[in-house]
Design a protein around this ligand. Structure first.
Ligand SMILES: *Cc1c(COP(=O)(O)O)cnc(C)c1O
Length: 496
């Protein structure tokens, strides 16, 4: 049964917690002091003393709890319902991984704990690196980078250093026109010029256009497979050969790995460096700015360049962190990275096992194809001839011509039906793109419910376009000024 729209929700308005503050009120009750009070001025250096007390809200415990619980109802989450935000892999994350990450031995471990007292954590990191290497076919892995984009940048740093070591100063990176925006950003960050490569009408890379642009000035080709229109790059073997033959490296954006797990390995189809998005593929809740983790995997040539320190296994079986890698690009993140995310990924992979991980890819691809089959008469399907990998790109091009309803209207209409909208207006090469990734964790019924909602909206565009222009109607707030919100966020009470 679809979530019934229109019933009232608990979307309370909620002031800033500072507005609830009453002097002297407290959320804690401590016993009276039974030791002499110390005057901070007598023991702390003068320059560390505050002139005035910190302006913290003074509220009771129930006020704190209600404040944050109410705020949490303003957001849509994976735990609320289907969240088919294409490319982002907003799948359900089993709660047992949260349990594992919160085990006191992991969550309370201080990063400066001596290595002989942190053997469990080091073993977990070392084993997780091995498991990621195994599923991806890469020769070595580092868990340090803090997110996917950071992993991309780290891979390009390694490629740049490997090229420099052979006296080769290349200045360009080739990137397909369907790529995620972080790919060109990572290139620019490493001082590379970006040269776009266009895809064919089929939505995949044409080896001929790669061959035309590939020469001795190109450091790397960055590609995503399956790509961001949800298709497997079927010429991948030929494409990677062309790049390698001219001395370049192939970077593979691993954000879509849930489409391949247990079925194909980037290392086997010629990728030299890739990032993993543990917070997408390996089950850490994300969105809303929580911590991510973007480990990198590299081929044999690039292993010496991996960030340090690296977890290593010593001859006596003990684990240690070693910075003893002369060619390494060095550290890219404080301490060892976002350790809690690694625990979740480790627990998830152990729980799933090889068969379970293969089933992830099978179900991700099956769900996206089922969705596509259900909605293909209501929306234009620009690529793939009715087939896709883990996500499908639809277009409301025809609907727009007929009804003047915009892609944004369609997305906002879905919110009223109880769904998070898909990714819209991306990839840029598709007009009116709606990029849907149901993910492997949706049931057959929830894929059907989402498909019916999309079909209903196409009908509504014809019968009541005006209403869609003003959707969502059932949320606490309707249309926000998203541009101003992004460009001029108001983050402090006094700015209001
Ligand atoms: C999410 C994503 C990224 C970036 O990952 P972050 O962890 O958000 O930095 C890069 N490429 C693709 C294809 C993605 O979907």
């Amino acid at each position: 049964m679809r979530p019934t729209p229109g019933t009232s929700t608990l979307g309370f308005n909620e002031p800033l917690i500072f507005d609830r503050s009453v002097a002297g009120r407290s959320a804690a009750s401590l016993p009276a002091l039974d030791v002499p009070a110390i005057d901070p001025a007598a023991v702390l250096p003068k320059d560390l003393l505050r002139a005035t007390p910190a302006a913290l809200p003074e509220v009771s415990e129930p006020e704190v709890v209600r404040h944050f619980v109410r705020l949490s109802t303003w957001n849509f989450s994976v735990d609320h319902g289907t969240y088919p935000l294409g490319s982002c892999t907003m799948k359900y994350n089993p709660k047992v991984n949260e349990w594992a990450a919160r085990l006191p031995g992991f969550s309370g471990l201080h990063p400066y704990t001596p290595q002989h007292l942190a053997q469990g954590a080091l073993a977990l990191m070392w084993e997780l690196e091995c498991m990621l290497a195994e599923v991806s076919g890469m020769a070595g892995v580092s868990l340090q980078p803090a997110a996917g984009a950071h992993g991309e940048a780290t891979c390009l740093m390694m490629i740049r250093k490997a090229l420099a070591d052979r006296g080769d100063a290349r200045r360009k990176v080739l990137i397909p026109d369907t790529a995620h925006g972080t790919n060109p950003a990572s290139s620019a960050r490493n001082g590379y010029e970006v040269e776009p490569v266009s895809s064919t009408e089929e939505g995949v890379l044409d080896p001929r256009s790669v061959a035309e642009k590939m020469d001795g000035s190109v450091a790397a080709l960055m590609l995503t497979n399956p790509n961001t229109v949800g298709l497997f790059e079927k010429h991948i073997a030929e494409v990677t050969e062309i790049v390698h033959a001219k001395g370049g490296f192939v970077f593979g954006d691993g954000a879509n790995l849930n489409a391949l797990l247990g079925r194909a390995r980037p290392g086997d189809f010629g990728v030299d460096a890739m990032q993993f998005n543990l917070h997408k593929t390996f089950s850490t809740p994300h969105g809303g700015g929580g911590p991510g983790s973007g480990p990198v995997g590299v081929c044999k040539t690039l292993v010496p360049y991996l960030p340090t320190p690296r977890p290593v296994r010593l001859d006596d079986g003990a684990f240690a962190l070693s910075a003893d890698f002369a060619k390494s690009i060095g550290r890219v993140r404080s301490f060892c990275g976002n350790f809690g995310v690694m625990v979740r990924a480790y627990a998830y992979m152990r729980e799933m096992g090889p068969q379970g991980l293969r089933r992830v890819a099978d179900m991700a691809v099956l769900n996206a194809n089922y969705l596509l089959a259900l909605v293909k008469d209501a929306y234009h399907v620009p690529f793939g001839g009715g087939r896709c990998m883990h996500e499908c790109v639809l277009s409301d091009r025809d609907l727009q011509k007929e009804t003047h309803v915009s892609t944004l209207d369609v997305a906002k209409g879905l919110i009223d039906q109880g769904f998070h909208p898909p990714t819209i207006y991306f990839p840029l090469i598709v007009k009116g793109a709606l990029m849907c990734e149901p993910t492997e964790t949706e049931t057959r019924e929830s894929v059907e419910e989402f498909a019916h909602a999309l079909i209903d909206i196409a009908k509504m565009a014809r019968s009541d376009a005006e209403s869609l222009h003003h959707a969502p109607h059932r949320t606490r707030l309707g249309r926000l000024d998203e541009v101003t919100a992004a460009r001029k966020p108001i983050l402090k009470a006094e700015e209001r």
